[in-house]
Design a protein around this ligand. Structure first.
Ligand code: XMP
Length: 527
């Protein structure tokens, strides 16, 4: 096992993800973990990046005992600065400019010991940088193994000990050879065995669910039609059959025909016990006049919980009257790893970007009042891993491959306050955009695409008439993990055609624009 010590970067868990994709088992713990408290000895340790400055008072630091373990260490960004700063605090300072985005690292060939980290990568590799602070001098006993125009010490290695540091982020997709670097570190330098398999996950998880839930208890779960909740539900159904009760709350902000599709796929095809609560009008009335994105999320989250609770009480009553049936004791959440990280980060130092409404969980009164416990079979997984499991469970490819859709739905794709009319316009535009993407055979090349709506209106001319209509914002990105993303490159003729079709077919739209912002700095959703 490799230990990843987390300094609070938004991408720390991706280090884990990459290691796991190599078959190397890894665990993520806070950077402040005391080595004496560990019950196992790691084969190697990675220090993640983080938002702080090593030289500031109160910044997080590792337990110095990690260096006495005598196992290989790799510091990434802040982690690299931590290594250098511990040797001499003058080694790290604020750079002249923030370095953000693409850079080319020239690889230095020094000797067999230090060259191991970049072995097999050639003379130069493109990398992704995101830092302000940097190493301004080389720590004693270290040598330079890589440099960029802006960072003289983009890669460093101790001359004798297996300690390495990189200023860039090998865990991000935008460092294409990053996984090779992590393989060099974990397998070759640390000697970790690359034999951990995803395939074992389903059987282990089903067994774990059966053991947790026992022979009689019921499990409730919310489903949305997305791949995560569907896979979570399918796993539960596989494990405990009809004792799993799925609830779909229609919040009035779902995609065109989505509710029907969920009934068809989950109810009919997967044989899951499903109840649909139609509540669009209630959600929209509570959202009236609300523009602040976090407030929208909170309203949708709490309304969802109110309705879910009512339904839970009904199911509970029904169970009481059914012989040989236990109580509702568990609540399924389709939480994924990135949700956990971006929302209620368990790590002190990182910033909350958005509150994902499906993560906060049920209120105290349900969890403690009724004694419900959480069951989160997907908690350790990333999106592409969930898809792989969906296929293993026989879920249809069109659902497994479906672009993700946020719980608050179209409400967070409308910039400004949400009305039924605006949801309908965004929904129609989205359907046109997605249908045209599918017709062009581009759907599977894109990770997530949608049409959102700006409630500011723009003037246009249709025929001889002046119109004053909404602006539709098209967004399409490519990403593996949804933590960072690049904009999809359509050709202009395609986009012009989408624009024309939306303006012609969706009343109330005067203009269509394409969003060219990558993530970061933009997020995937508009809000
Ligand atoms: P962002 O917009 O944060 O999105 O770049 C990353 C991924 O998360 C989805 N997302 C959400 N999912 N509830 C959800 O269930 C939410 O509140 C939420 N916000 C964003 C988004 O669709 C993308 O796939």
């Amino acid at each position: 096992t490799i230990l990843v010590l987390d300094f609070g970067s938004q991408t720390s868990h991706l280090i884990l993800r990459r290691l796991r994709s190599l078959g190397v088992f890894a665990e993520l713990l806070p950077c402040t973990t005391k080595i004496a408290d560990l019950s196992w000895k790691p084969k190697g340790i990675v220090f993640s990046g983080g938002p702080s400055s090593v030289y500031d008072e109160g910044s997080p630091h590792v337990d110095p005992a990690v260096f006495d373990l005598n196992v290989p260490i790799l510091g990434i960004c802040y982690g690299c600065q931590e290594i250098a700063w511990r040797i001499d605090s003058k080694n790290v300072a604020r750079g002249a400019a923030r370095e953000y985005g693409h850079a080319d690292v020239k690889i230095a060939k020094v000797n067999e010991h230090v060259d191991r980290l970049f072995a097999g990568l050639g003379d130069e590799i493109p990398v992704f940088m995101s830092h302000y602070d940097k190493l301004v001098s080389l720590p004693t006993d270290f040598v330079v193994i890589g440099a960029t125009k802006n960072s003289e010490y983009a890669g460093i290695a101790h001359q004798e000990k297996p300690i390495f540091g990189v200023q860039f982020h090998p865990e991000l997709e935008h460092t294409p050879r990053g996984t090779d670097i992590l393989r060099n570190f974990s397998v070759d330098i640390c000697g970790a065995q690359p034999n951990w398999k995803m395939g074992d996950f389903v059987q282990l998880e089903i067994a774990r669910i059966r053991e947790l839930v026992g022979d009689r208890a019921l499990v409730l779960g919310a489903v949305s039609g997305g791949v995560d909740s569907t896979v979570g539900a399918a796993l539960m159904r596989e494990a405990i059959g009809d004792r799993f009760k799925a609830i779909l709350v229609d919040n009035g902000c779902m995609r065109l025909n989505e509710c029907e599709q969920v009934k068809e796929t989950l109810g009919k095809h997967l044989g899951i016990n499903l109840t649909v609560v139609e509540a669009g009008d209630l959600f929209l009335s509570r959202l009236a006049g609300v523009t602040e994105p976090e407030k929208k999320r909170k309203i949708i989250g709490s309304t969802f919980i109110d309705l879910f609770e009512q339904e839970a009480i009904r199911i509970e009553k029904e169970a009481e009257n059914t012989p040989n049936t236990g109580k509702v004791e568990w609540f399924l959440q389709g939480t994924l790893y990135p949700d956990v990280i971006e929302s209620l980060s368990f790590r002190g130092p990182s910033a909350t970007i958005k509150t994902h409404h499906n993560v906060g969980g049920l209120p105290e009164r349900m969890m403690n009042g009724q004694g419900l416990r959480l069951i989160e079979p997907l908690r350790l997984l990333f999106k592409d891993e969930v898809r792989a499991i969906g296929r293993q469970l026989g879920i249809h490819e069109s659902l497994v491959n479906r672009h993700p859709f946020p719980g608050p739905g179209i409400a967070i794709r409308i910039l400004g306050d949400v009305t039924k009319e605006r949801v309908e316009i965004a929904r129609q535009a989205d359907n046109i955009f997605i249908s045209m993407i599918k017709e062009a055979g581009l759907y599977d090349e894109i990770s997530q695409a949608f049409a959102g709506l700006d409630t500011n209106r723009s003037v246009g001319v249709f025929g001889d008439q002046r119109v004053w209509g909404y602006i539709i914002i098209l967004r399409a990105v490519r990403t593996k993990d949804f933590m960072s993303a690049e904009v999809f490159n359509f050709d202009n003729a395609f986009l012009a055609n989408v624009s024309r079709t939306i303006c012609n077919q969706v009343e109330g739209v005067a203009r269509v624009v394409y969003d060219l912002t990558s993530k970061p700095p933009g997020t995937i959703e508009l809000e």
